[in-house]
Design a protein around this ligand. Structure first.
Ligand code: CA
Length: 434
């Protein structure tokens, strides 16, 4: 036990900065960071950036070097100098970048807040108010209006909460001394290009501490690729034009493989004896194959598409089959809690979206420290959970399953206190044998 603890401490000493994979710079860019706690259990860890050289340079030195890079990338000197005149780094941004939540909200509490009565009422009112606009967006992009309004509600509470920090200053601070300077620098270049194109003024280019902007909470590169001018004023304005924001979200979903008229997924019931190791995003089967395995409640109009079985709170909680449109929403933000929140909210706006099965409310999610301990103990048994970074990704799920199978427990890959307790009872000589 002590060897595991000291190993954890050693890791922390070696890597004093947080290692959370908040924003994954891959094809599926999650673009909203307020859901980092949920993402922590689902998003694979980003590679740890080497940050020391950046920290040793003053902000002014860094800015001088970055100016050369920005000008080489085609940003005009006058725009650059105007934008950065008198700028200082924002210490609050570094604070936010380095904070790591010890406790994650359980998925049922997350969904209660995502699907609040107030949010549903606002969404329904906005569906009526913007009916003509939403119809034109549906016609243009083929994306369901309820899903768009649900994303709007989840991202910015329908444009009410967009973040009020200067995106340029936040990204410059993160590029200078954040945990992922390369990523921040590429976002900063994209942000400067947006200013150069005249879509928004620098003062109005506000967002979250991590640079998610406007009513859609797009990061700058996502803005560059997907934002559209739908109201026809010549500017892509996701801050002050709901038409541009909603159409931009539709364009992004459409580009992420959204298919018109298909449902995202639905709740299912599982038979008493079921191989829970099949509940994994990497395991996909047709509705017919799931039916043959005894999965009940699959509607006749289920999409003709590979479905994954989702158990957001393990085998004791509700079960869902999710299809391609669910995965499109995950491109927006790679968190299954977010995907469920958006899609269930879209159903609530139409009078549905109620989950039938109960949640295992007695089963609080493991804390960050406990998740790291779980990973260390799984590793000590030779089960290869990946690095002890607190993130329950594919490797850790696989290791949990292997251990559950060894115990003869339902192999859902879901980390529980019961499992951690059982791991703590493993003979110490086995733990020391690594
Ligand atoms: Ca516009």
């Amino acid at each position: 036990m002590r060897s595991i603890r000291s190993h954890v401490l050693l890791r922390r000493a070696l890597f004093p900065l947080p290692i959370l994979g908040l924003v994954v710079a891959c094809a599926a860019q999650p673009i909203q960071q307020s859901l980092q706690a949920q993402a922590a259990t689902e998003t694979p860890p980003a590679p740890l950036a080497v940050v020391a050289p950046q920290q040793e340079r003053s902000f002014a030195q860094w800015l001088q070097e970055f100016r050369a890079e920005a000008l080489a990338a085609g940003i005009s000197a006058s725009l650059f100098d105007r934008t950065f005149a008198g700028m200082t780094p924002d210490p609050k941004i570094i604070e936010a970048d380095r904070s790591q939540p010890e406790f994650n909200r359980p998925v049922w509490e997350y969904l209660e807040s995502a699907l609040s009565a107030q949010r549903v009422a606002s969404g329904r009112r906005l569906l009526r108010e913007h009916a003509d606009l939403l119809q034109r967006i549906e016609q243009r992009y083929g994306v369901d209006r309820h899903t768009l309004v649900a994303i709007w509600g989840m991202e910015s509470n329908f444009g009410q909460i967009m973040g009020s920090r200067s995106v340029i200053r936040s990204l410059a601070t993160l590029a200078h001394e954040g945990r992922r300077p390369e990523f921040a620098r590429s976002q900063l270049i994209a942000a400067l290009r947006i200013l150069e194109q005249g879509d928004v003024r620098a003062e109005r280019m506000q967002g979250s501490w991590a640079g998610a902007m406007g009513q859609t909470q797009f990061i700058p590169t996502t803005f560059q690729d997907y934002a559209v001018d739908f109201d026809g004023d010549g500017r892509r304005d996701i801050w002050d034009s709901s038409a541009d924001a909603l159409a931009s979200a539709a364009h992004y979903l459409r580009s992420s493989g959204w298919r018109q008229g298909e449902r995202w997924g639905h709740e299912v019931e599982l038979p008493a004896a079921f191989d829970f190791s099949l509940a994994d995003p990497e395991v996909r089967k047709s509705a017919g194959e799931w039916r043959a395995l005894g999965v009940r409640g699959i509607p006749a109009n289920a999409p003709d598409d590979a479905a994954a079985l989702l158990l957001p709170a393990g085998h004791r909680g509700p079960a869902f089959l999710v299809y391609g449109n669910f995965r499109s929403v995950l491109r927006y933000n790679n968190s299954t809690s977010y995907g469920l929140g958006v899609n269930l909210l879209a159903e609530r706006l139409q009078g549905g979206g109620v989950i039938r099965a109960g949640w295992p409310r007695d089963d609080r999610p493991l804390s960050r420290t406990e998740r790291i301990e779980l990973q260390e103990r799984l590793a000590s048994l030779g089960l290869n959970p990946g690095s002890a970074d607190s993130i329950i990704g594919a490797n850790t799920r696989r290791a949990i399953r292997a251990y559950q199978q060894r115990l003869g427990w339902p192999a859902d890959g879901y980390p529980t206190h019961q499992l951690l307790q059982r791991l703590r009872q493993e003979p110490p000589e086995r733990a020391a044998a690594r």
